[in-house]
Design a protein around this ligand. Sequence first.
Ligand code: FES
Length: 154
Amino acid sequence: MSEFPYHWDADELVSRRELLQFAVYTSGTLFAATTLLALLGLIRSQERHDVRPIARVGEVPEGEALYFRYPDPDDEAVLLHLPGGRFVAYSQKCTHLSCSVYYQPEHTRLFCPCHNGIFNPLTGDPVAGPPQRRLPQIILRQEGDLLYAVGQVP
Ligand code: FES
């Protein structure tokens, strides 16, 4: 019985070349997987641009809001009839920690009650509180007196 029963001859040495090959193959595999996931995400986001009627123009008085779901039944959204007559729509999901934002016509602002986040209703840009990113805008199209949601700007 020896004191150190390790046989160096049986050791599988990994050469620098083999290590480099392993690193290159692993990086290539990760790059291919990331590219594939990005393409799948792109295809999925394009699928979400379904056209859906939201409301008739006369159903939302100027200065008021209508809450609806888009693009999925779980996605809350808000349609605003801004003073001056323009319509805009946004996801209700706050870009801080995903609470729902609400339109406050008395202040002409979108307000998130969780941490007092405030968004500009004209652009969806954050103007106060912790949110740093604008609200995702929903693209609208008007046909006659009917307003449709036709897509979402991330
Ligand atoms: S979740 Fe909206 S401000 Fe924090």
